[in-house]
Design a protein around this ligand. Structure first.
Ligand SMILES: [Zn+2]
Length: 75
């Protein structure tokens, strides 16, 4: 699975200049906490949301793979 989240430590600078809350559940991110940058949607997420989204995407990519396999081949 390709990684679509960049794990970062929430620094004071990051919280003040970029984002101080999770883009999904709007929980407040605090300094020193691990936060996750979503490279697909350019937003910061808390650990819980990043984990949930990663699992969801894994399921989706598995389903897409299965769909591809069940398609008749053209050549
Ligand atoms: Zn969240």
């Amino acid at each position: 699975m390709r990684s679509m989240f960049i794990e970062q430590e929430a620094t004071k600078h990051l919280l003040e200049c970029v984002s101080s809350y999770c883009s999904l559940c709007y929980t407040t991110l605090s300094e020193g906490e691990n936060i996750y940058y979503d490279t697909d949607n350019y937003r910061y997420l808390c650990y819980e949301c990043a984990k949930e989204l990663a699992e969801q995407k894994e399921i989706e990519s598995k389903m897409a793979q299965e769909e591809e396999e069940s398609l008749p081949t053209l050549f």
